[in-house]
Design a protein around this ligand. Structure first.
Ligand code: ADP
Ligand code: ASP
Ligand code: MG
Length: 631
């Protein structure tokens, strides 16, 4: 017998009518022969309202008490949903997270799930009840109530599905929300965004992690790790939604499946940092220890062996970040500068691994809009740029308001005027509003994208499964492999004038030579100057260098271009590597301990890439293999 987990978000249980509709969906799934678990969020804006209530009392509520408060929102929903199911004549029983043993760590307000004891839950299912479970909450090992972070009910749903799967059931998970599925970008910002029929786990993980609020990114980590088929769909209709599934061959033919905007991050610049092994480790280990996830990291080496390190953190973490880095910066003789509001625009697509010219097309679209790129980083299937949001006049542009009551995050993103404009430009540049395979081009064949329901294979056989089996906690980061690539080389442009269009010119010149650019990092290196580094296949270095030199000469004869064929690129592969702060710390720490300098770094949820000098490539491979216990 199969288990269907149905998750209903806040807007899908916002009032009695919506709760009844959710109850009907659950009953229908039950009558179709499934066991059903319903996971619900707090009604409508309840969580925001509870946060506001706390703010009336104190500006610094304790995290433990906040969790005690916030968990009540979901408790209202489970009781009402169970009553609704009973009212419609089916058996239902509601449980809070603690009641079914969702055990988390003690990081209040962003706790991670360690284990789920499915016994009570499975007994209730086996006795024919529809189980209604509170999303977003758990209990720590001291017995205190915890919450998983905003949007965390998605994670509860998928984690429970994974736990039930591990208990031997076949399982499928449906995420009901207020849109028809996952769109090429947020349909509230870009009205002609297109609904996708299917998207891979990795693509969704990057989209969610880069700002696509439709799914909590941590839920996709569970889906990928435990191979849980997921569908995002509309709570108000029966329309087929979007499958989030293992990568299918056709996905790698599409350069960009979607674009995302994050308007809640701040950029920090550490200037005058001594350029020696171990310094990055000091900085990022301190942040990792405080559980602060650092995004876009870019380091550029300026004059006299002093580097500039740029990175972004969530606005909500800005004060803590500054507090933690203050003493370290003093010790290093560096300065820490905050550079104002920024928006991050990312393009995501599995096809990027093998299709050239994606970066070039993105940068060209942004150049045409006059958007200046303050920072660029790439991952294996995404490219992110940072856009400054300081134009006061432009902020006054009035945009049409959404019809529905909206969450705070959406209100905040309304301010990201430049980011929104950049997002629209990139969406248009990749023709994402047009139908294509996987997004409306072949709508007929019902179930075409239906992923297989994987029969449970225990014990773990493959490398990945073995790595999962070794995890102490369900939500622990999964690092499944380290690879060394000696076939890449690096080009660096120093003192590139910080103006719209320059990156576009460089990558246009390289792309028209058919050269596949892999990692890209651009960072500010001084006032109105940027440093741009990228890797190309070693066989293409001479050609790429010539093309770069030619185009850079036209931009500014004062820029220096340097090619380096003596590099090694190391890739650490896994799931959830950006958001689990320990990964960067372990990597930086292991390399620093051996005195190996990191020349370039790229982080994404599924792959962290670092460039080191070639002579030390093998040593770096061995040291990372050991650090991540992969030997
Ligand atoms: P729920 O309360 O059901 O969890 P959320 O508000 O968390 O709902 O997520 C749904 C919202 O996510 C949509 O209303 C939409 O505005 C936003 N969103 C952002 N990016 C995307 C995207 N790529 N596809 C679909 N929706 C998106
Ligand atoms: N109620 C929580 C929130 O608003 C969790 C969720 O909706 O997923 O963030
Ligand atoms: Mg949500």
């Amino acid at each position: 017998m199969g288990v269907v987990v149905q998750k209903f978000g806040g807007s899908s249980v916002k009032d009695a009518e919506s709760v009844m509709e959710a109850a009907r969906k659950a009953i229908r799934a039950k009558h179709a022969g499934n066991s059903v678990i319903v996971v619900v969020s707090a009604q409508g804006s309840t969580t925001d309202d509870l946060i506001a209530k706390a703010a009336e009392i104190t500006s610094e509520p304790s995290a433990r008490e906040m969790d005690m408060l916030l968990a009540t929102g979901e408790q209202i929903s489970i009781a009402l949903t169970a009553m609704a199911i009973q009212e419609l004549g089916e058996r239902a029983v509601s449980f809070t997270g603690p009641q079914v043993g969702i055990v988390t760590d003690s990081t209040h307000r962003k706790a991670r799930i360690k284990k789920i004891d499915t016994q009570r839950l499975c007994e209730a299912l086996d006795s024919g009840h529809i189980v209604v479970l509170a999303g977003f909450q758990g209990i720590d090992e001291q017995g205190d109530i915890s919450t998983l972070g905003r949007g965390g009910s998605d994670t509860t749903a998928v984690a429970v599905a994974a736990a039930v799967k591990l208990a031997g059931y076949e399982v499928e998970c449906e995420i009901y929300t207020d849109v028809d599925g996952v769109y090429t970008t947020d349909p509230r910002i870009v009205p002609d965004a297109r609904k996708m029929d299917a998207i891979s786990y990795d693509e969704m993980l990057e989209m969610a992690s880069m700002g696509a609020g439709v799914m909590h990114s941590r839920s996709i980590e569970f889906a990928k790790k435990f191979d849980v088929p997921l569908m995002v769909r509309n709570a108000k209709s029966d329309a087929v939604g979007t499958w989030i599934m293992p990568e299918a061959p056709w996905m790698s033919e599409i350069p960009a499946c979607g674009v995302a905007l994050a308007a809640d991050e701040s950029r920090l610049l550490l200037e005058g940092v001594p350029d020696r092994p171990g310094v990055s480790h000091r900085i990022f280990a301190a942040l990792a220890d405080a559980n602060i996830a650092v995004d876009m990291i870019a380091q550029s080496v300026g004059i006299g062996g002093k580097a500039t390190i740029g990175f972004t953190v969530l606005n909500t973490e800005l004060d803590r970040t500054k507090k933690i880095l203050g003493p370290i910066v003093g010790e290093l003789g560096a300065t820490l500068n905050e550079t104002g509001k920024v928006s991050k625009v990312s393009v995501v697509g599995a096809g990027m691994r093998a299709i050239s010219g994606v970066a070039e097309r993105m940068f060209q679209a942004l150049a045409a809009e006059g958007v200046n790129l303050k920072m660029i980083t790439t991952g294996d299937i995404k490219i992110s740029v940072l856009v400054e949001e300081d134009g006061a006049a432009e902020s006054a542009v009035i945009e049409p308001g959404p019809a529905e009551p909206i969450k705070k995050a959406h209100l905040e993103s309304k301010k990201a005027v430049r980011g929104r404009r950049a997002l629209r430009a990139v969406h248009a540049a990749f023709a994402l509003a047009q139908p294509r395979k996987g997004a409306g081009a072949q709508p007929a064949a019902h179930g075409e994208f239906k992923p297989r329901l994987v029969p449970l294979v225990l014990p773990a056989k493959t490398e990945r499964e073995a790595a999962i089996a070794r995890l102490a906690g369900m939500e622990d980061v999964l690092v499944s492999g380290v690879q060394l690539n000696n076939e890449q080389s690096r080009i660096t442009i120093y003192d590139l004038p910080d103006q719209p269009g320059n990156c576009s010119k460089v990558f246009n010149a390289v792309a028209t030579g058919g050269i596949l650019v892999d990692m890209i990092v651009q960072n500010q290196s001084g006032p109105a100057k940027a440093e741009l580094s990228f890797t190309v296949p070693r066989a293409d270095l001479t050609r790429a260098l010539k093309r770069t030199q030619d185009v850079v000469r036209e931009i500014d004869p004062g820029c220096r271009v340097v090619g380096d064929g003596d590099i090694s690129v190391l890739f650490v592969l896994g799931v959830g590597m950006r958001t689990h702060t320990g990964v960067a710390k372990t990597m930086f720490g292991a390399l620093a301990a051996k005195g190996i300098n990191i020349a370039m770094i790229n982080t994404s949820e599924v792959c962290v890439g670092v460039v080191v000098e070639r002579a030390r490539g093998e040593e770096a491979l061995a040291c990372l293999t050991e650090a991540f216990k992969l030997g």
